[in-house]
Design a protein around this ligand. Structure first.
Ligand SMILES: [Zn+2]
Ligand SMILES: [Zn+2]
Length: 369
């Protein structure tokens, strides 16, 4: 792109590249906004969309009620355990008192105390009964807790089976959604890429090249950022296959372009010196000379050597002599640097000279080979 050696033109070109980049960035921003404003085509999927609700509903309510039951029962269990402890304590105390009393009674052996003995035994029995009652309550609450827990466990196991099936369906649906999203994005980006490819081939050197390149950057961004990450993977197969295809396409393009360039170059090298010189643009020739290569065949040539007037590789004339003052000068410069004579009028002279050199009585229609 920067074939010109004019300073201002160089800077203009840099500015135009900047225009291309800015244009691309605005296109990217606009594209992103459009994509964001598109109606959301996919709603978020949930497990419940795929579970057998008729079967799962009762199971879930069973789990819930069992949990509540278990919680209430464990609270109640704490209470009755406390009661049991109190009853056991009371019973133990009473037994101790009774033991002491009976020991005293044996020592005194008073038969008038027999009714009291009976009464005390009775109250002891009552305490024991209370203790048993509390024990039974504890056992009953434990049973309730256990039942609730087991019911919950059973419900959870059945629910897990349902959920696994639903999960598989959900994942399958996600894969379909992924594919659909990719399809939408492909439908948006592929035309852009095709247009960009056409522009690259046909228009990249046109007058409006900054806009063309801006569009190409935009299409590449859309392809690599908006599309490639959404490529369905299928375990990596798709990505690798697409990568291989893209590499083959780009590689093929490069190889064809190289061969075309070489063929063009070969053809050009067969042309007569003057035709080749006319086909080369002035700026291209100067740029190549500045890099120390032959403007005709782009092979390195020692331009500082005063002995070399012609390219040893392709034979194009590199230096000639001014028609006016005979100063040795670059064959590509338009004016003689010593006397300022235009090199152009020399052209018919040179062709006349060359036709005179290789003069054949055959005809004057010889230059167009
Ligand atoms: Zn050459
Ligand atoms: Zn001169």
């Amino acid at each position: 792109m920067s074939k010109s050696l004019r300073l201002s033109e160089k800077w203009f070109r840099r500015g135009l590249w900047l225009v291309a980049l800015v244009f691309a960035s605005f296109l990217i921003g606009l594209g992103g906004t459009i994509v964001n404003d598109l109606p959301k085509v996919e709603r978020v999927l949930q497990l419940d969309d795929f579970i057998d609700l008729a079967a799962a509903g009762p199971l879930r309510s069973t789990i819930k009620s069992s949990e509540e039951k278990e919680l209430a029962a464990s609270r109640e269990l704490d209470q009755v355990r406390l009661q049991l402890t109190a009853a056991q304590q009371a019973s133990a105390n009473a037994r101790e008192t009774f033991g002491n009393w009976i020991a005293t009674r044996r020592a005194t052996a008073q038969p008038d105390q027999d009714p009291e003995l009976i009464a005390r035994t009775k109250s002891l029995d009552a305490l024991k009964q209370k203790e048993d009652e509390a024990q039974r309550k504890v056992a009953a609450q434990r049973q309730i807790v256990l039942d609730a827990r087991q019911a919950e466990q059973r419900a959870r196991e059945s629910l897990a089976v349902l959920e696994r099936a639903a999960q598989e369906k959900l994942e399958a649906e996600y894969r379909r959604v992924e594919l659909r999203v990719f399809g939408y994005r492909l439908a948006l980006t592929l035309p852009l890429l095709v247009v960009a490819g056409w522009l690259f081939v046909k228009k990249r050197k046109g007058t409006y090249w900054p806009f063309v390149w801006g569009f190409i950057f935009f299409a590449l961004f859309a392809f690599f950022v908006e599309l490639v990450p959404y490529l369905p993977s299928y375990g990596g197969y798709v990505r690798y296959v697409v990568g291989i295809l893209a590499t083959v396409l780009v590689g093929r393009y490069a190889i064809v372009a190289l061969n075309r360039y070489l063929a063009r170059q070969k053809l050009a090298e067969q042309q007569p010196d003057q035709v080749r010189r006319e086909e080369l643009s002035y700026d291209t020739a100067l740029t190549r000379l500045g890099k120390g290569v032959c403007p005709g065949c782009e092979r390195p040539v020692d331009l500082k050597n005063n002995e070399i007037d012609f390219c040893p590789h392709c034979g194009i004339g590199l230096f000639d002599h001014c028609g006016q003052c005979e100063t040795r000068k670059s064959a590509f410069s338009k004016f003689c640097h010593a006397c300022g004579t235009s090199a152009l009028p020399r052209v018919p002279l040179a062709s006349a000279a060359s036709s005179a050199d290789s003069f054949t009585p055959g005809g004057p229609a010889q230059p167009a080979v």
